[in-house]
Ligand binder design. Structure first.
Ligand code: NAG
Ligand code: NAG
Ligand code: NAG
Ligand code: NAG
Ligand code: NAG
Ligand code: NAG
Ligand code: NAG
Ligand code: NAG
Length: 308
C-alpha cells in the first residue's frame, strides 16, 4: 500500500507540475525573429514571455576571418551581430537574476540540418533544465507542396533533441502560403509522417506542433488525428504562427483554437490577426472551461488513496 501511495503521489506530483503549464496558453506573449542584439535588448527589457529566434550557419558581421558558426539570423541572411552562444548566454544571465515567473522562455528555430548539428555542443554545454527551452525545426515538407525549403532531417532532429529530456520539441512542416492562398490543409499523409517520425524515434518529450494559421484553420480533422495519435505518449500542444498578411479565415481559426482549447494552443501571430481572434469570446457550441477534469479526478483520487 505504501508503494502504491508513493506511486500515486508521484503521478499526482507530476500532474501538478504539469498543471503549472496547463493554463491559458494563449495568454503567453511572444517575440518573433529576435535575430539581432538590438531586438534581443528590446525583448529583454519588455514583458514578453517567450523569445522566438532563428539559427543559421553563418558569420558574425565584421569577422574578417570569416569563421562559420551558429548565428541568429533567418535565411537567406547569413550574417548577424549575435551568435547562438552569446544569445543564450545573455538570456541565461537575465533569467538567473530573476524569479521563475519573471524568466523568459526560448524557442530556437534551427533552419538547416547542418546548423542544428553544429549547435548541439553549444546546447549541451549551456543547457539549463530550469529554463523553458524549445527546440524547433521544420522536419517534413508540408502544404502546399513546398519544395523551395529543404526540411531538417527528421531522424537527426528527433534523435538528438530528445536527449534534452526537459526540452519541448517543436517539430513542424515547411509551408508555402501567403496573402494569395485560400485553400490548403495539413494532409493526412503529412501528419502521418510526423506521427511515424515521433513514434519510430521513441520521443517522449513534450511536443508542440507549429502550424501556420491560414492552413491550420482548414485542418481541424487531420490535426485532431495527430493529437489523438500522440496524446497518450506525449504532452501535445499546438503553436499557431502566421506571417504578416497571410490569408486566414478567422472564424475557422477560432473554431480550431476552441476545438482544442486554450490550454492546448500557443498563439504567436501578428497583432492585427491576434486582435481578430476574440479569445475571450468562445464560439457557440464550445465549452470555454479547460479540459482538465482528468487532472482534477487524479488529484482527488490521489488524495483519497493517500488517506489510507
Ligand atoms: C551569404 O549571403 C550573401 C548575400 O546573399 C551571398 O552573396 C553569399 O554567397 C552568402 N555566403 C554563403 C557562404 O552562403
Ligand atoms: C562593424 O563595422 C562597422 C564599420 O566599422 C561598425 O560601424 C559596426 O559597429 C561594426 N559592427 C559590429 C557588430 O561590430
Ligand atoms: C528535467 O528532467 C528530469 C529527468 O527527465 C527531471 O527529473 C527534472 O525534474 C526535470 N527538471 C525540470 C525543471 O523540469
Ligand atoms: C536523415 O539522416 C539519417 C541518419 O543520418 C539518414 O539515414 C537518412 O537517410 C536521412 N534522411 C534524409 C531524408 O535525408
Ligand atoms: C487523447 O485524446 C482523446 C480525444 O481527445 C481522448 O479521448 C483521450 O482520453 C486522450 N487520452 C489521453 C491519455 O489524454
Ligand atoms: C503587408 O501589407 C502591408 C499593407 O499592404 C504592406 O505595407 C507590408 O509590406 C506587407 N508585409 C509583408 C511582410 O508582406
Ligand atoms: C486567455 O487569454 C486570452 C489572451 O490573453 C484572453 O483574451 C482570454 O480571455 C483568456 N481566456 C481565459 C478563459 O482565460
Ligand atoms: C450564441 O448563443 C446565444 C445564446 O444562445 C445567442 O443569443 C447568440 O445569438 C448566439 N450567437 C451566434 C453567433 O450564433
Amino acid at each position: 500500500m505504501f508503494k502504491t501511495s508513493l506511486f500515486i503521489l508521484f503521478v499526482v506530483t507530476m500532474n501538478a507540475a504539469r498543471a503549472v503549464t496547463t493554463k491559458n496558453l494563449t495568454a503567453i506573449t511572444w517575440s518573433h525573429a529576435t535575430n539581432s542584439q538590438k531586438l534581443l535588448n528590446e525583448v529583454l527589457a519588455s514583458d514578453i514571455n517567450f523569445i522566438e529566434a532563428d539559427i543559421v550557419y553563418g558569420y558574425l558581421i565584421n569577422d574578417t576571418e570569416r569563421i562559420l558558426l551558429p548565428i541568429m539570423a533567418h535565411p537567406p541572411a547569413n550574417e548577424s551581430d549575435i551568435s547562438l552562444k552569446s544569445f543564450l548566454t545573455q538570456i541565461w544571465a537575465f533569467n538567473d537574476a530573476r524569479s521563475s515567473a519573471q524568466q523568459k522562455g526560448v524557442k530556437l528555430d534551427f533552419k538547416s540540418t547542418d546548423v542544428f548539428q553544429v549547435s548541439l555542443d553549444i546546447l549541451r554545454e549551456m543547457w539549463n533544465d530550469n529554463y523553458e527551452i524549445w527546440i524547433n525545426a521544420d522536419v517534413y515538407s508540408g502544404p502546399l507542396e513546398n519544395t523551395a525549403t529543404q526540411p531538417v532531417n527528421a531522424t537527426i532532429f528527433f534523435q538528438e533533441s530528445k536527449k534534452f529530456a526537459n526540452a519541448t520539441l517543436s517539430s513542424g512542416w515547411t509551408t508555402r502560403w501567403g496573402p494569395d492562398f485560400t485553400v490548403g490543409s495539413y494532409t493526412t499523409e503529412q501528419v502521418t509522417n510526423m506521427i511515424n517520425g515521433i513514434k519510430n524515434n521513441q520521443v517522449s518529450n513534450p511536443i508542440t506542433f507549429p502550424v501556420r494559421a491560414g492552413i491550420a484553420a482548414q485542418s481541424i480533422e487531420s490535426l485532431s488525428f495527430l493529437y489523438e495519435s500522440l496524446n497518450s505518449t506525449n504532452y501535445v500542444t499546438f503553436t499557431i504562427w502566421s506571417s504578416q498578411n497571410d490569408s486566414v479565415n478567422v472564424e475557422n481559426l477560432r473554431k480550431m483554437i476552441f476545438h482544442f482549447g486554450l490550454d492546448k494552443i500557443y498563439i504567436d501571430v501578428p497583432e492585427d490577426l491576434h486582435n481578430q481572434l476574440r479569445l475571450d469570446d468562445p464560439p457557440n457550441g464550445t465549452s470555454s472551461i479547460f479540459k482538465s477534469f482528468g487532472l482534477g479526478l487524479m488529484l482527488v483520487l490521489g488524495a483519497i488513496i493517500m488517506m489510507f
